[in-house]
Design a protein around this ligand. Sequence first.
Ligand SMILES: *[C@@H]1O[C@H](CO)[C@@H](O)[C@H](O)[C@H]1NC(C)=O
Ligand SMILES: *[C@@H]1O[C@H](CO)[C@@H](O)[C@H](O)[C@H]1NC(C)=O
Ligand SMILES: *[C@@H]1O[C@H](CO)[C@@H](O)[C@H](O)[C@H]1NC(C)=O
Length: 444
Amino acid sequence: MYSLTTLLTTLSLLSATLAAPLTIPLGSTGLTITISSDGGAQMNNGQKVDLSPVMAMMSQASPAECATPPAQGNAKAGNAKAVYFLTNAANNAVVALKVGADGKLSAGSMTSTQGKGGVGVDAAGKPALPDGTFSQSIIRVEGSTMIALNPGSNTASLFSISSRDATKLTMIGSPVDTMGDFPVSVAVSSKLSMACVANTGARAGIACYKITPTGLLPSGSLRPFALNQTNPPSGPLNTVSQTFFNGDSTALLTTVKGDPTKKNTGFLSSFPVTAGMVSMTGTQTSPNGTAVLFGSTVLPGTSDIFVTDASFGTATLSSSTGFAAAAVSASTKLDGQKATCWATFSAVTSTAFVTDVARNVLSEIDTKTGEVVKSLDAKNGNIGLIDLASKGNFVYALAPGNATAGVPVHVAVYDVSGGRGSVKEVQNFEVMGVSDSVQGMTLC
Ligand SMILES: *[C@@H]1O[C@H](CO)[C@@H](O)[C@H](O)[C@H]1NC(C)=O
Ligand SMILES: *[C@@H]1O[C@H](CO)[C@@H](O)[C@H](O)[C@H]1NC(C)=O
Ligand SMILES: *[C@@H]1O[C@H](CO)[C@@H](O)[C@H](O)[C@H]1NC(C)=O
């Protein structure tokens, strides 16, 4: 009898670059097994075997591969291997761009999500471009797992990332229903093997899933938010901004924008994680001084979070007495800001970087004091910046285009290797073949 362990080991070595069909001799038994690209397999004695669950597991078998490096001033943190965002077009797709050793981008791949993108509407009922989903993290990578959302078809798509080529994505299972309307932000916890999706349409709220080798399995039903929204949602005010796990995955947090014109302050939602599950009931709080909470980032080594508020700038929220009573411990009014919405924390600079959809400025903030460390206008012709992410010595920000004005979509690349206050632009990569609906930014 041929050992399953030996077969699995062989498969694990091959799974990254599997050129199918592939025939493997089974030891000295005289038997061979031929594996096709979908994981179907047949032995030369005619016996059929389904290896697709095993192969899906194998392609996820190196969760450390793209893991976020240990944070807190670790200047040796590895750089990204690829950046990803969504076309968010009618036929939604993941755009993957290769990252070189110098941090710069080059062409990569485009992979269908088998779902539809979606664009919300503004107060006048017109498509709300260039920020069509009013959100951060519509696509997210954690370990070698990627989840991408389809706001136009209310589904979430799970992919594994090849450990040999980070621009090679393989869909696991089929897109799953998000239990609500217009999903715009996804949280992933490797520790819990869980993902949670925030919907912001008529049926608004959070849906959670167990991440398994064969796909996403629902964990509980929709945890609703009373937003009284429409399909598509009208924003950016009064919509869900971002959902994310806190640093030790003991709570699922979600920022929701208020509408100051209606004396609605928005809120920070928190669902505790107990026994490995996200609770069905949570708390909501509106930290004094915030109104339009948008993108967020956890602050490594603390229980605090850093948030943007599109109505003034940024704030650090302290949760020393629990997230149900999160309070502003530092805040920053950014001069000339129009809509400060997206945030990332750099372990190399130990500062946060934020972007504004209507200004081509990358702002660096000291999250303890609220000091503006640097405001960088790269003067490269971009209109503004939306979702961004950082890893190692670089920060990558998506710059939406405007076809009418002849401005293409770009990804701006910033070098922060010199530490705090050193940020400089090193590349403004033009992305071909995408439209102005692009959203998201995540790294492997
Ligand atoms: C909900 O929204 C509709 C318009 O879409 C509005 O007429 C209604 O008053 C709203 N209800 C509440 C409770 O805000
Ligand atoms: C909220 O902040 C305002 C000023 O920023 C202050 O006057 C008020 O007392 C604060 N309220 C609470 C409940 O802390
Ligand atoms: C795109 O540019 C055109 C021409 O300058 C302008 O009228 C339009 O408002 C811009 N679109 C967006 C979504 O900003």
